[in-house]
Design a protein around this ligand. Structure first.
Ligand code: KG4
Ligand code: ZN
Length: 370
């Protein structure tokens, strides 16, 4: 059921109230930087605070239950739920960090890519709060957030490195020379890896969200029963194609009785094929560029099999692999707070007009060298 009590004007009223009740930031130079991060590109409301001392607050509200009955994200419901959750989570974060709103020195929000309504919910709140509190705000590229997420860990990579970005909307291999210096080496020509996981899970009748459900199902699968192709690995280049694997899963499921063991065996064959393909292309990207550090990021990098295979790669070859903890692989506010902190420290900020970029190539970003 759609909650009609949440009209767009509700947000405006909340903001006007906030602007009148919250104290503006003092004009003196802050001694410490505290950047609030707001992530609302899809179905997770992620709010966090990154300071000079690192990450000091991190909260997440997942809309999974809301969308589960529809078997996928319903964009309108997602936007409404973000509107409902952002401000309570901002307060929760301030409490967790033990700071006041007036201590904040900047706000970072996801400007794109993503669902336009969801992005607008986050960017309107971020910019309105920044205006009310008299601090700068910056729109962050969602995939830049993902690729910098390993920087939140103690064992952070140094530049340059190769990043494998694997999420619901992207599968890309990027050479990262510095913040904002991104060269696209290859990408999926059709479905993103996460999208292929989700679609295959759906056709197998697995739960939503599909990626983690398929990975769980694959754990009980027999790796010998079916063998799926490793698309585009027998020709040169670093591009991917995953839509054929989904079709392979469909025809295999139609040719066999689809009981729980067959589901698990198909899931296993599918997962093995995706993981192997990603691994082959990562190795190729490292060879081609002569680099020895590999970062994996985005929702699919939470996949246990992929992480285990990359750990093997690191053991066998002179390669360092950096995988953020699973909660920093999927969408979260910490990665946006971190990327925004870096860009604000480099003197960047965005004008006040509310911005959202549902489509936005990562390679179009400015280099941000402090
Ligand atoms: O980065 P993310 O949270 O959101 C986007 O930016 O898209 O990635 C979500 C994607 C979904 O397709 C989801 O099914 C997939 O990541 N995913 C997984 C796993 N956890 C999330 N895929 C495979 N195995 C997982 N454990
Ligand atoms: Zn994401």
């Amino acid at each position: 059921m759609v909650d009609n009590s949440l009209q767009p004007s509700t947000l405006v009223h909340i903001l006007i109230r906030l602007m009148h009740t919250e104290k503006s930031a003092p004009s003196k130079q802050p001694t410490q930087q505290f950047v609030l991060g707001i992530e609302t590109s899809c179905d997770e409301t992620g709010i966090a605070i990154y300071s000079d001392k690192g990450l000091i607050a991190d909260t997440l509200y997942s809309q999974v239950e809301l969308h589960a009955e529809y078997g996928g994200v319903v964009p309108e419901l997602a936007s409404r739920d973000h509107v409902r959750k952002i401000l309570p989570l901002v307060r929760e974060c301030l409490n967790e960090a033990k700071i006041q709103a007036s201590d904040l020195t900047g706000i970072a929000y996801t400007k794109g890519p993503g669902l336009v309504g969801a992005l607008l919910a986050g960017s309107s709140v971020a910019r309105s709060l920044a205006y009310a509190w008299g601090i700068p705000s910056i729109g962050v590229h969602h995939m830049e957030g993902h690729l910098l997420a390993p920087m939140l860990e103690e064992d952070a990579p140094t530049f340059p490195f190769i990043a494998l970005l694997v999420s619901g909307g992207h599968t890309q291999l990027i050479q990262v020379d510095a913040i904002g210096c991104y060269t696209l080496l290859g990408e999926s020509l059709d479905d993103a890896a996460g999208e292929a996981f989700d679609k295959t899970a759906k056709l197998l009748g697995l739960d939503y969200p599909g990626g983690p459900a398929l990975a769980r199902c694959a754990e009980k699968g027999d790796p010998q029963r079916f063998t799926f192709p490793r698309p585009m690995t027998n020709r040169p280049g670093l591009d991917f194609s995953f839509s054929g694997l989904k079709t392979f899963a469909l025809t295999t499921s139609q040719a066999n009785t689809l009981n729980s063991q067959t589901r698990a065996d198909i899931s296993r064959a599918f997962e093995d094929a995706v993981v192997d393909t990603l691994l082959i292309k990562c190795r190729r990207a490292l060879e081609q560029t002569g680099l020895s550090r590999l970062v994996i990021a985005g929702g699919v990098s939470a996949n246990k099999q992929l992480r285990a295979s990359l750990a093997e790669l690191a053991k066998k070859q002179a390669v360092e692999v950096f995988c953020p903890r699973p909660s920093f692989c999927t969408d979260n506010g910490a990665m946006i707070a971190y990327a925004g902190y870096q860009r604000l420290m480099a003197g960047e900020s965005d004008p006040l007009c509310v911005q959202a970029k549902p489509r936005w190539p990562l390679t179009n970003l400015n280099a941000s060298l402090p």
